[in-house]
Design a protein around this ligand. Structure first.
Ligand code: HSE
Length: 304
């Protein structure tokens, strides 16, 4: 039996489309064991829509490990507790994929290294940043090089918090990628390169003066914000109430704000705005998680 806790994550952070992944203190916990019969049990605050048959994402990811190891997949008993909202841009799929890969790798005899697991997660999801944040925690800077992923971690200031406005509406990443243009202007590419470099600087130096500028993006947010009712209004409210930076979390629908305070005033102002706009949304303060996958049982052994 293996049991892991995997963090949620946000990705992109404005200008760093498909590059940055940041782990958050919301979790998926998965216990996996080889059993006589296949079974999936689901509990937690976010369970709606999680498959309990073999199409479950954790099971599909586990299958990849056995396929790679050349071992037929045994019947698995998977117990999961999920507190990560689904299809809201908070890395629920990245967490499930990571949990499935890591647990199965342990059960199959640790055939794959962490970089190989990340590469497999990237092939599975089509972008590596949520899985990287789930695996390593903190802010991950990710670069796809063919089948390899270069992933570097920046440990994040404990004082930095996120305030999340999580709309009731869901957005699938596939849907949010179809609204993106196929080509971009050179000037827009330069705009994003400059701002994603500023974002790295802010996290490395823990000086957040330029975070608002770093959140300005021309590659995805202008096209995606139309899918999020009230986006401009919420962004304005957040900046008026002290947010250091505001962006779409991943491919949405969550709107993410950074703050150095305890986040409660900012959270309340966003909730009030949601009520004024007559939009259903949850608002929460979520800390940043500097630890990636945690092995609860057995304790971490070897390279995974
Ligand atoms: N970076 C991807 C996107 C991942 O924005 O489409 C979403 O979690």
């Amino acid at each position: 039996m293996v049991k892991v806790r995997v963090p949620a994550s946000t990705s992109n952070l404005g200008a760093g489309f498909d590059t940055f992944g940041l782990a958050l203190q919301l979790y998926l916990t998965v216990e996996m064991a080889v059993a006589k019969d296949f079974q999936i049990e689901v509990v937690g605050t976010e369970t709606g829509g999680i498959a309990t048959d073999e199409s479950n994402l954790i099971h599909l990811a586990a299958q990849e490990i056995y396929l790679k190891a050349g071992i037929p997949i045994p019947p698995l008993h998977i117990k999961l507790k999920n507190d990560i909202p689904l299809s809201r841009g908070l890395g629920s799929s990245g967490a499930a994929t990571t949990a499935g890969l890591v647990c199965a790798n342990q059960l199959a005899g640790q055939k794959l290294s962490e970089p190989e697991i990340l590469s497999l997660a990237n092939q599975f999801e089509g972008h590596p940043e949520n899985a990287a944040a789930a695996l390593f925690g903190g802010l991950t800077v990710n670069c796809v090089d063919g089948n390899d992923i270069i992933s570097e971690k920046i440990a994040v200031d404990k004082d930095l918090q996120t305030v999340l406005l999580i709309p009731e509406i869901t957005i699938s990443t596939d849907e949010a990628r179809t609204v993106l243009p196929k080509t971009v202007q050179h000037a827009d590419a330069v705009h994003n390169v400059q701002r994603s470099a500023l974002l790295c600087h802010a996290f490395l130096t823990r000086d957040y003066r330029n975070l608002r500028q770093a959140m300005q993006d021309r590659l995805h947010q202008p096209f995606r914000k139309q899918l999020i009712p009230g986006y401009d209004n919420f962004e304005k409210t957040a900046y008026e109430n002290g947010a250091l930076g505001v962006c779409i979390s991943g491919s949405g629908s969550t709107i993410l704000c950074f703050t150095l305070g305890d986040g409660t005033d900012l959270r309340d102002s966003l909730q009030e705005r949601a009520q004024q706009l007559n939009l259903q949304a949850a608002t929460i303060v979520a800390g940043i998680e500097n630890e990636g996958v945690r092995f609860i049982a057995p304790p971490k052994l070897g390279s995974v």
